[in-house]
Design a binder for this molecule. Structure first.
Ligand code: KIV
Ligand code: ZN
Length: 523
């Protein structure tokens, strides 16, 4: 492959790895599969499905994605050690196109304070790890973490050595979002001028958004010859996030005459994919978010509207249809049939099996009886919500709330466990939501620290559904849960129980996978 002369930029999506690392963005296996399916439909080139050695749950989800998602390359991340590399390979090897991504930090601050390793030791470990990974897999990516703060000469030495050891992609991360576009361009230029054999591999950029420059830096890298961009949907990721996929792809498409490169992304899938990720993570995009925000194509000022009526190009550099935003507002009603419902669900970016579709359709009919107008957002909420509170192990059977001015709020509930237990509990609180949370904790024995509580109207009108998102801390880890109902106390209770159930399921599956991975043998 002569990557440098290639005019095709590969899109490497790391929503499921770097994105999922963002506080509160952890996803269940089903949610990850849903996102991976949407990314496949979007036609990204590579999906970084996770970090298999991080936890048994991560291993399982990377393996499931590798086994079920056809089309893109499926990549697993590994540190420079034989155990991580073996886990990564075991997780991705069933994909038709597997990749192992090996990384180690190279900057002085990371060498001295995080790794306590000398330059020579890091170089040796990088070379040995890439060589070992090459024994398993032909497609190897190497990342010198914090590359943008690494001495250029040393960076070039490491890059040259890993290319000789067999790396096929070398990724240059701006791990802490410190670089400026011109500076980042020069890093790529320096490597191209000083590393022999660099023309044989694909150069990649991985930028974080701490200074709001992740997209600009990634585009600068493309101008300097990078032919892979690492990014996440909606820009989710550690701290301020990663380079936003929809922004960088649309910049390349809209300014194609400037960049003279293309991507393989089906841009009409951008909006549906963004919605899937927002719904799964509960991280909703701001209204003014470029490309996928609610207002991204709204023209309010009279003078703009006048211009638009004469010629759309006066104020519109992209067409909303190009990013998949041609959707109608009022969609279906209570007389709509299953066929129309299925079609709409698919246009919204979801693939449901017959069982899931039936469950969602029944819920749609129930809601359509209560609610005058049904919008796309209602359908998305039904899909995201249909499993909430049903996967167990605890399920709410009854929830009764009493509250009012001058009375102490109280919640009485009955929970059923998948093992057959049924428990009733009552609790009081400062308000109805607090009372419901106390009762849930008393039954399940899981105590959470509530960090954030958000209520959002899914659509408009006084019969609109309310989505509650709770962010909580448990064992110094952050979890997010969300649920939708026309009754917000009920949404809150479902969201809270969703987090509790997630913690209990993770405990349970980690125990089981732990047994399995021990059986696999310590690599
Ligand atoms: O930001 C970073 O440096 C990373 C690497 C693992 C590629 O995420
Ligand atoms: Zn990163």
């Amino acid at each position: 492959m002569n990557a440098v002369n290639d005019d095709r930029v590969a899109i490497f999506d790391t929503t499921l790895r770097d994105g999922e690392q963002a506080p509160g963005c952890s996803m269940t296996l089903n949610e990850k599969l849903r996102v991976a399916t949407a990314l496949r439909d979007l036609k990204v080139d590579i999906i970084e499905a996770g970090f298999p050695a991080a936890s048994p749950g991560d291993f399982e989800s990377v393996r499931s994605i590798a086994r079920t998602i056809e089309g893109p390359t499926i990549c697993g991340l590994a540190r420079c050690n034989s155990k991580d590399i073996k886990y990564a390979w075991d997780a991705v090897k069933d994909s038709a196109n597997p990749r192992i991504h090996v990384f180690v930090a190279t900057s002085q601050i990371h060498r001295e304070h995080k790794l306590q390793m000398a330059k020579e030791e890091i170089l040796k470990s990088a070379v040995e790890s890439v060589s070992l990974a090459r024994e398993y897999c032909e497609n190897i990516e190497f990342s010198p973490e914090d590359a943008s703060r690494t001495e250029l000469e040393y960076l070039a030495e490491v890059v040259q050595a890993v290319i000789e050891a067999g790396a096929t992609t070398v990724n240059i991360p701006d791990t802490v979002g410190y670089a400026l576009p011109d500076e980042f361009f020069k890093v790529f230029k320096y490597l191209k001028d000083n590393v022999s054999g660099i023309e044989k591999i694909r150069l990649s950029a991985h930028c974080h958004d701490d200074l709001g420059l992740a997209v600009a830096n990634s585009l600068a890298a493309v101008q300097a010859g990078a032919r892979q961009i690492e990014c996440t949907m909606n820009g989710i990721g550690e701290r301020a996030g990663n380079c936003s996929l929809e922004e960088v792809v649309m910049a390349i498409k809209t300014r194609d005459g400037y960049f003279n490169v293309t991507t393989g992304v089906d841009t009409e899938r951008l909006y549906p994919t963004s919605r899937v990720v927002a719904n799964v993570t509960g991280m909703h995009t701001p209204r003014n978010k470029a490309i996928v925000g609610e207002n991204a194509f709204a023209h309010e000022a009279g003078i703009h509207q006048h211009g638009m009526l004469q010629n759309r190009a006066t104020y519109e550099i992209m067409r909303p249809e190009d990013v998949g935003l041609g959707r109608s507002n009022l969609v279906l009603g209570k007389h709509s049939g299953r066929h129309a419902f299925r079609e709409r669900v698919e246009q919204l970016g979801f693939h449901l099996d017959d069982l899931e579709l039936n469950r969602c359709f029944e819920e749609f009919k129930r809601l359509a009886d209560r609610k005058k107008d049904m919008y796309d957002a209602d359908i998305e909420a039904i899909i995201m919500n249909v499993d909430v509170g049903k996967a167990g192990p605890w399920i709410i059977d009854e929830l009764r709330i009493t509250a009012g001015t001058g009375t102490v709020a109280a919640a009485a509930l009955k929970l059923a466990h998948t093992d057959g237990r049924e428990i009733r509990e009552a609790a009081e609180g400062d308000g109805p939501v607090a009372a419901a949370f106390r009762a849930l904790e008393a039954v399940t024995g899981v105590e959470l620290t509530l960090k954030n509580f958000e209520v959002r109207g899914v659509t408009v009108g006084d019969d609109a559904q309310g989505e509650v998102t709770v962010t909580v801390e448990y064992n110094r880890q952050s979890f997010r849960g969300h649920a939708v109902s026309t009754d917000i106390v009920e949404s809150a209770a479902f969201a809270y129980l969703e987090v509790i159930n997630r913690i209990l399921r993770r405990r349970d599956s980690d125990d089981r996978v732990e047994e399995k991975t021990i059986a696999l043998g310590n690599p």
